[in-house]
Design a protein around this ligand. Sequence first.
Ligand code: ADP
Length: 507
Amino acid sequence: LTSSPIRSALHIIHIAAEMAPVAKVGGLGDVVTGLSKALQKKGHLVEIVLPKYDCMQYDHIKDLRALNVAVESYFDGRLFKNKIWAGIVEGLPVYFIEPHHPSKFFWRGNFYGENDDFKRFSFFSRAALELLLQAGKKPDIIHCHDWQTAFVAPLYWDLYAPKGLNTARICFTCHNFEYQGSAPASELASCGLDVHQLNRPDRMQDNSSHDWVNAVKGGVVFSNIVTTVSPTYAQEVRTAEGGRGLHPTINSHSKKFIGILNGIDIDAWNPSTDTLIKVQYTANDLQGKAENKEALRRHLGLSSTENRQPLVGCITRLVPQKGVHLIRHAIFRTLELGGQFVLLGSSPVPHIQREFEGIAHQFQSHDNIRLILKYDDALSHAIYAASDMLIIPSIFEPCGLTQMIAMRYGSVPIARKTGGLNDSVFDVDDDAIPVQFRNGFTFLTADEQGLNSALERAFSRYRNNREFWEELVHKDMNIDFSWDSSAAQYEELYEKAVARARAMRQV
Ligand code: ADP
């Protein structure tokens, strides 16, 4: 008889600033929900702690109720009461913290972008740990995310483990090293951390400014497990170019650092059940995809004269990271090549938004180009379903979800080889990649020539080799981008960390 190792369920608590669909700004929100659902399905107890923002999508929270406890947490030399709410989001138990602080930290109509974000989230990180302590929770893993909750790691070891919240190992995931949460060192004192102890080069001191502290650095230094969202990005951030100043810190903690590719929510993104698209379809019946293309063209007022005119989609935040100059170039090059281009995107950067408004205006009644400059979830589904290709020319991309969603909808990605794109898009002409994994078109150099070469190869294959293209679409739609395998990797990291902690306690 062979016996398989007995796995015991873990108690995992995520402390995060986002969770889809109730409080989502970007990929972080998708990861918290997707990973939690997958871990719950594996039998673990997963709970989430979020701020109670006024601007959440409250209709996605079931059984929301205020608990009959007031958790007091320390800030700026005083104790403040926090009202605690509980509810269910996507089948997951969530606690929401509503601070009774005169600054109304989460009552601003915004998730981020406030002048006092460092205060807002260091307050939240401490209040979340206080909640766990006072509720008598005994988690195996506390998982914090990005700079907003990176404070949890030093707070746990310096203040909360000594108070008795001491069963957990800390996991920190950085979803984008561009955002590090730096502030003058004195600001760290507000949440009760010891500035004198922590503002040191081997602890939280910012690597480029000695009287500043850096929250992400604290997350890296004080966590037991540190992850980022793709293996290639994990390598890139260890270099001077990719690490945004944190590469020496990451390198000196490299033993506990790993990149795990995100998955996508394959229930929310499923062309065979998606009610936001005109016609549902599967990999074995691509007629439905053709009908979605026709429907989108009609909806946007694009020409429908040529069925086989390639339609290129682009769905993105318009920020420098996404290669906005290459997106602009792709619009004009697609036009020269005789294709159609649909851009869905919006920009928090005023000059970029203005520039794209100019292009949108230039093409407003054009037969082949349409720019829709807003955030529109329903339209994004329609574009994934309608387009033949999706273009993603990112300068850097920690993981990226749009290439995976595109493939699930049979839209072939044209992507720059960086970060998570490099781990999920493999060129059809790359002999170094086994044929069964080749699924798109890639380019390395972030310039117009690089992009042209990939775009032109895609157009040529689409036009001259229909059978090849249909096989490629079929293959892409069948790739497994679910959370299952990524969640298994997190599970293994958690289990190893917990086992190490138990072994140490027994010594
Ligand atoms: P990031 O998190 O850097 O914005 P990702 O590729 O990880 O990029 O995730 C982007 C997500 O946001 C995808 O689900 C994509 O469909 C969606 N998205 C981006 N821009 C828009 C938009 N203008 N309208 C609707 N959805 C969008």
